[in-house]
Design a protein around this ligand. Structure first.
Ligand code: ATP
Ligand code: SF4
Ligand code: MG
Length: 343
């Protein structure tokens, strides 16, 4: 059976006065209903841009997009990248939905939350205002907001940050979408509320059998929620695998760098956390070799300075576990073992 979503060779470029920004290049992955994929990487690596392309949210006049994002629906496949704006409008909210880090950027300050949830429902359903209001209250209940019948009449500023994010989730899932893209949904929240929102996403996923794409720059938050992880660097996917493969058998130096910067309970206090030195490259002038080379502690192990001159292709290092690196999995494990022993 075909996966629910198949993204193939997705490339997004922004022509600017300074040159073309290659925000996302050759991104391919697939996702099934009920599955959670985390997309992880530093700020500016193309996480939002690639997913906004799937949602059809870029201005076509200022963006060059190629590749495909095929939704295998019961009614037949639709390629969201290459379809018309009317089809996209019908898909948004119903087939795919997206929530952002800052709920205030998506919630209107002058309308009650009940109105806004009902409005989202009316976009895809025929029904009276009373039915819309009832649906809004049900949704607030579902996302764990007490006194839903009263609170539908409140305005967004009357809710705390965590509660506003719950309202956003209610609005995003009111039409039972098949795919929910959550773009840094917990970044602005404190740790306890973060974990409550992630738990809520999991509950909603079970309720609606949704596929979830969780975008985050924090590898630490994904272990408990994701099934698979895509690691992005400078607009490209550099490693793709299950949570266990990424956390315990990573075969890419960048992922290993990210893992080294996560606090771990089994780490002694005197071992300082490592950060990856340096900055990602400009997406206008990408290096001709591996984009991670200037920061990579493994590059000297690759003969003939290949990392500087040749871009690594994506290869399958073990079944379903992909990485873009000139080194083999065995070489990475060996070098990593020695580097750890040195510390
Ligand atoms: N409209 C645009 N015009 C030109 N460049 C853009 C545009 N939108 C995004 N970019 C650039 O594309 C790159 C990828 O941006 P994107 O927003 O996807 O990053 P991100 O991984 O989501 O980062 P963050 O974690 O900070 O949200 C960045 O370098 C950004 O500056
Ligand atoms: S290809 Fe070279 S520079 Fe790039 S990640 Fe692998 S070892 Fe590092
Ligand atoms: Mg982003």
């Amino acid at each position: 059976m075909k996966p629910f979503l198949e993204v193939k060779n997705l490339t997004v470029e922004f022509p600017t006065e300074d040159g073309t920004v290659q925000a996302t290049e050759d991104v391919s992955f697939s996702l099934d209903l009920g599955e959670t994929l985390a997309i992880v990487g530093e700020s500016g690596c193309g996480k939002s841009v690639s997913n906004m392309a799937i949602m059809g949210l870029h201005n076509p006049k200022r963006t060059q997009i190629s590749g495909s994002a095929i939704f295998n629906l019961e009614s037949g496949p639709i390629d969201a990248i290459n379809t018309d704006s009317e089809t996209l409008r019908k898909m948004r909210g119903k087939t795919m939905s997206m929530i952002f880090q800052d709920p205030m950027s998506s919630l209107h300050p002058y309308y009650t939350v009940g109105n806004q949830i009902a409005e989202a429902w009316h976009l895809h359903n025929e029904g009276s205002r009373k039915t819309g209001a009832k649906r809004a209250a049900e949704m607030l209940d579902l996302v764990g907001i007490p006194d839903s019948h009263k609170r539908i009449n409140d305005f967004p500023h009357q809710f705390s940050g965590g509660m506003r994010q719950r309202v956003m989730i209610a609005m995003a899932v009111v039409n039972n979408p098949k795919l929910l893209i959550a773009d840094e949904p917990t970044t602005a929240l404190d740790v306890t509320v973060q974990s409550q929102i992630l738990t809520l996403l999991k509950t909603m996923q079970k309720e609606f059998n949704m596929a979830i794409i969780l975008i985050t720059h924090d590898l630490g938050v994904v272990a408990s929620i994701a099934d698979r992880i895509n690691v992005m660097y400078a607009g490209r996917l550099v490693e793709q695998g299950t949570v266990d493969e990424i956390f315990y058998k990573s075969v890419h130096p960048y992922t290993l760098g990210l893992l080294g910067s996560i606090p771990r309970v089994d780490q002694s206090i005197d071992k300082r956390l490592k950060t990856i030195q340096g900055q990602p490259p400009s997406l206008i002038e990408l290096p001709s070799g591996c984009a991670f080379e200037p920061r990579c502690e493994f590059a000297t192990h690759v003969p003939k300075g290949l990392c500087k001159t040749s871009r690594p292709e994506t290869t399958e290092k073990s079944i379903g576990h992909f990485a873009r690196c000139h080194l083999s999995a065995a070489e990475i494990y060996e070098i990593n073992r020695f580097q750890k022993a040195d510390r």
